[in-house]
Design a protein around this ligand. Structure first.
Ligand code: ATP
Length: 630
């Protein structure tokens, strides 16, 4: 059948077109033939089913949707309807609304974008971490490429200079890390002209931020530097502080004139006494110590008052620090202690403008969340900046933030959720010979092997040898002591750290693992491997009195998750995962105790009969490829 493609000349009037539609085929052919005769050059003819477009439409391209729907229907109806189709159109199956298929394809593409086309099957089933797309990661990478010095941040000169003289003392060629390049300008509100204008104009508006970056990447300084800067700016603008300072000066002058030598200068409490401007929450007393020491180091030059509050200190010490007549600017505390103080004295949170929740993946999980949230709620009236800081974004925390802080600004690094390639993961099958299912023996043997390998290298000082520090992670606290005892029986200098350990003792134990200084011991001949030193090494090595010699160059801490969150173990090169961690979150935190701040590290995971080998294999592969573990 023939149909004129264009009717602009064939059907010179709308009436003719209408008529053509309603006439018989024979009549229509006559009209067409006549028209071709009249306008031979302007009419093209092609085979088609009979259908004419309205005269006014022909030169206009139809809206895409109408066109595809009608043409699809047309093609499907006839005897050849099934030919040349790109998709199977099975009759009776309802079509999905247009756009839904595209949306699904988009979702699939973005999932692949996040995990790579192959994806992780076992890790996916665990579904513990929230996804961040690789497109987003690349964007961030590009954005921060131009920043390579702390001088590029708009900081007060004294804060600027204290970074190298106090916080990173003794380090050469100091540069901000990726998380610091992202977070510092954002928290200062100075990254863009728009941001600067907004922060000035809004003044008191609250900003909620999430800082998420890999372990050992310098997150603490990324929030601390802007917070200290803000505290100093607030102090300079505070009329109460100005009045207090004035009164102090006058009193000093009066004393000088009256000739009294050393009386207390003033009984008047500082306006910040018992009412700090900034609070940093961390989950454990060890972290209070670690972060508190860093804050304190700044205070020597920047001049502000800080206090560490944890249950390691007596009530009297805590009270004296908090209610010192000289005032208090920044406190570092655990949520438990702070909320009990706030219950007794709600005023403690009445002036807080900056609240930082460090290790937010722990502090917002089920155990801590009610306390942390209550503190956020109580501080809300005066709060200007809330910062959540974390090495991982668990899915539960992700949905919590969507609900609770929908406007939170997420500052994430390109390598979030990836364990750096410089950390190698070795897998030891405990079921095989020589261990025959004995995990304790496998653990002791690995430690002896690390010691032997280390002994082959000379230490930094003549006559001395390098003592290596190893962390062993177990899942249950009861296991920590058991494993430590076994290791001691096998000649290893091992101690257990868990919640059962008294807090005072915990800090002492951790001290030699958190120090970045090399640990040295007198040089000794190395006794060799565990097998050389244990008569009944094979096959079922139970704790035995038979170890001939002690392993001299190793120091081991057997711990639970308590030792995995935030503890800055810069000098630790080896981590043994005695138990396969329950989730990727735990993998990231535990392996994150080594390979910190660009150093190399090694993880060894002991895999037994009941452990998830598929999860371990995927983590290993992800680490090899430098991929995020989601
Ligand atoms: N810009 C920098 N240059 C060199 N070293 C730095 C820099 N910033 C921080 N550090 C050092 O890096 C180490 C790790 O920093 P930090 O403890 O803040 O890491 P983190 O990201 O909080 O780790 P985690 O997730 O395990 O808590 C610290 O010893 C710190 O002094």
């Amino acid at each position: 059948m023939l149909r004129p493609k264009t009717s602009a000349c064939l059907l010179c009037s709308f009436r003719a077109a209408r008529q053509a539609r309603h006439t018989s085929i024979r009549q229509w052919q006559a009209v067409a033939a006549l028209s071709v005769k009249q306008h031979p050059t302007r009419v093209s003819i092609r085979p088609a089913r009979m259908s004419l477009a309205g005269a006014n439409d022909v030169a206009r391209s139809r809206p895409k949707q109408i066109d595809t729907v009608s043409s699809r229907r047309r093609r499907q109806d006839g005897p050849f309807g099934g030919m040349n189709l790109k998709e199977a159109k099975i009759r009776g199956v309802p079509e999905r609304p247009a756009g839904q298929q595209e949306k699904r394809a988009d979702n699939r593409r973005s999932r692949e974008d996040v995990r790579g086309p192959k994806g992780f099957k076992a890790l996916k089933m665990q579904r513990s971490l929230a996804a961040v797309s690789y497109a987003q990661r690349s964007q961030v990478k590009e954005r921060i490429a131009a920043i390579d010095s702390f001088e590029q941040f708009k900081l007060l000169p004294v804060v600027q200079s204290s970074i190298s003289t106090q916080a990173l003392q003794g380090m050469a060629d100091i540069r901000p890390t990726p998380v610091q390049r992202i977070a510092i300008p954002a928290l200062l509100g100075s990254e863009t002209a728009k941001g600067r204008a907004k922060s000035k104009e809004v003044g008191v508006a609250r900003g909620d931020f999430l800082i998420a970056a890999e372990t050992g990447s310098g997150k603490t300084l990324s929030y601390l530097i802007p917070t200290i800067n803000a505290v100093k700016l607030a102090e300079a603008a505070d009329a109460d502080v100005a009045a207090y300072e004035k009164e102090l000066e006058e009193e000093k002058l009066r004393q000088k004139e009256s000739g009294v030598v050393a009386p207390p200068v003033s009984d008047l409490p500082h306006p910040t006494t018992g009412r700090p401007r900034a609070i940093i929450l961390v989950p454990t007393a060890e972290l209070v110590e670690q972060v508190g020491n860093l804050v304190k180091s700044f205070s020597h030059t920047v001049k502000f008052r800080s206090a560490k509050l944890s249950s390691s200190f007596s009530g009297k010490v805590i009270r004296n620090r908090l209610f010192s007549p000289r005032g208090i600017d920044i406190i570092v505390s655990t949520p438990h202690l702070l909320s009990s103080i706030a219950d007794a004295d709600p005023n403690i949170l009445s002036r807080v403008t900056h609240l930082i929740v460090d290790e937010a993946d722990s502090l917002l999980d089920r155990g801590f969340s009610p306390l942390t949230q209550a503190i956020v709620d109580r501080a809300t009236p005066s709060l200007k900046q809330l910062v959540l800081c974390s090495a991982t974004i668990p899915r539960s925390m992700d949905s919590f933030m969507h609900k609770r802080f929908p406007d939170i600004r997420r500052l994430t690094t390109p390598n979030l959720h990836a364990i750096p390639r410089r950390v190698q993961l070795g897998v030891v099958d405990v079921e095989r010979t020589p261990y025959q299912g004995n995990k304790n023996l496998a653990c002791a043997d690995q430690i002896w092997s690390i010691g032997k390998a280390a002994a082959d290298h000379d230490g930094p000082v003549k006559g001395q040898m390098d003592v290596k520090r190893v962390l062993v992670f177990v899942n249950e606290r009861e296991k920590a002591q058991e494993v430590a005892d076994y290791l001691v029986a096998k000649g290893v200098d091992a101690i257990a750290l868990s919640r059962d350990t008294p807090e005072q003792r915990q800090s002492e134990m951790l001290a030699s693992f958190t120090s970045s200084e090399p640990l040295l011991g007198p040089k000794e001949d190395h006794p060799g491997t565990l097998a050389d030193n244990q008569p009944n090494y094979l096959p079922f090595g139970q704790p035995s009195p038979g170890v001939k010699r002690q392993l001299p160059n190793m120091k081991v801490l057997v711990t639970t998750d308590l030792g995995s969150r935030g503890i800055d173990t810069l000098a630790v090169r080896n981590v043994i995962l005695y138990d396969v961690p329950h989730s990727t979150i735990d993998f990231i935190h535990r392996l994150g105790r080594t390979g910190r701040m660009g150093r190399r590290g090694r993880g060894i995971v002991l895999v037994g009969k009941n452990d998830r080998r598929d999860v371990v294999a995927e983590v290993k592969e992800g680490m090899f490829r430098g991929q995020a573990l989601i």
